[in-house]
Design a protein around this ligand. Structure first.
Ligand code: FEO
Length: 391
């Protein structure tokens, strides 16, 4: 139990062993499940709790601290933060769970929390812990419909749950502002928040307007003081911007190098025109790396072998990823090679059911690319360059 400011303690857990999040994004150093204990002069509250896998040690730590829990604020019902609530209620049966209406529904459905323990709160509602006041701010869709923030007025501290989180464990309490933290927060944003970019813009503006002294997310470090708050809010301003960079992802997979040669040729052509090219071998890249690249890419080129009359199945998977993450990409193209026949781009086209990037003409060749095929790639490069911002 470490004190952050007077009466506000960190009681989370850094799970350095966790390898993957949401069974989707590999983690480079695990993640943390942050929980905060606020000891008021009259009542004690928890802000978010713990992944159930670690609930025994978490609850023991609270019990050993010698406090009674009166209030359990659940900013969001996802089990990495709410999993310990059922056991907490057994240890502290008089505690009231405070959360949004949608969170109450989720806690009941997902964790079988009895409704009689729950007090639904609305935007602007507040409770007193004595010398500390907690105010609830509804923030739906960053990143679930149930999400809210909790604001401690006396400490000018905002508990933002997943918003501003990072899959980062190399911290004591506060942000070190290292390149490693930026990378972890970026990967986190790309997977968790990017699909809700417009809502992030809305709530980022709200946070900036509040001019808080502390941002306490439920993953990663705490941001304390104006410099640290600016550090994370500036990153979110950049990532949530509607603008794209002069950047193209060339995501390729190649069985016998034909598609690889085409992809590398196109990448080089674009680089010569000062385009930032992320040449990604999707047979090796993880989803987090691709998601990170999608934050500001203007477009994506899929370079793929034909496998059994369609693209290599890993290729439409990348298109699906870009689609569900609501990437800002403006265009895409399919290039590649086949042996005897099939449809290389149809499955990729149909993957874009939500976002609607413009499509350039396919460059699909039989066997190895010949001079006319490289000319077609030159033309594709020129068309791509015309679509890019100048800098
Ligand atoms: Fe970290 Fe949406 O839970």
């Amino acid at each position: 139990m470490k004190e952050i400011v007077n009466g506000v303690f960190y009681c989370g857990y850094r799970d350095k062993e966790r390898q993957v999040f949401d069974q989707l994004v590999p983690l480079t150093q695990g993640t943390s499940y942050n929980s905060y204990l606020i000891k008021g002069s009259e009542k004690t509250a928890l802000i978010d709790t713990m992944y159930a896998k670690f609930d025994d040690a978490y609850i023991k730590n609270i019990v050993d601290f010698g406090v009674n829990i009166d209030v359990i604020v659940s900013n969001h019902a996802e089990p990495d933060h709410s999993g310990a609530i059922p056991k907490l209620l057994k240890v502290f049966p008089n505690a009231r769970v405070m959360c949004s209406q949608k969170c109450a529904d989720n806690l009941e459905n997902m964790l079988h929390v009895d409704r009689t323990y729950i007090d639904v709160v609305n935007d602007g509602d507040s409770i007193s812990l004595g010398n500390k006041t907690l105010q609830f701010i509804m923030a739906p869709w960053v990143h679930w419909p149930d999400t809210m923030f909790t604001f401690c007025k006396e400490d000018n501290a905002l508990f933002t749950c997943d918003f501003f989180g990072a899959h980062y464990t190399n911290f004591d309490i506060f942000a070190d502002k290292s390149a490693d933290l930026v990378k972890s927060a970026e990967r986190y944003y790309a997977e968790i928040m990017m699909p809700f970019r417009n809502f992030c813009v809305k709530y980022l503006a709200k946070v900036l307007q509040m001019n808080v002294d502390l941002i306490l997310p439920s993953h990663g470090p705490v941001y304390k003081g104006s410099e640290d708050v600016k550090f994370i809010t500036d990153l979110y301003s950049k990532w949530t911007s509607p603008d794209v960079s002069r950047k193209v992802i060339v995501a390729y997979i190649s069985m016998y190098d034909s598609s690889k040669v085409m992809s590398e040729y196109l990448a080089e052509k674009l680089r010569k025109a000062s385009v930032d090219v992320a040449l990604v071998d999707i047979s090796e890249a993880d989803e987090g790396e691709i998601a990170e690249q999608l934050i500001d890419a203007a477009g994506i080129v899929f370079g793929t072998s034909m496998v059994l009359a369609g693209p290599h199945p890993k290729t439409p998977y990348v298109a699906m990823l870009a689609n569900i993450l609501r990437a800002k990409i403006k265009f895409y193209a399919v290039i590649g090679s086949f042996g005897w026949g099939g449809n290389l781009s149809g499955v990729i086209d149909s993957a874009f059911s939500i976002i609607k990037p413009k499509k350039f003409a396919d460059v699909i060749v039989k066997g190895r690319a010949k001079s006319e095929d490289f000319s077609a790639l030159d033309e594709l490069a020129e068309n791509i360059i015309k679509e890019l911002p100048t800098k």
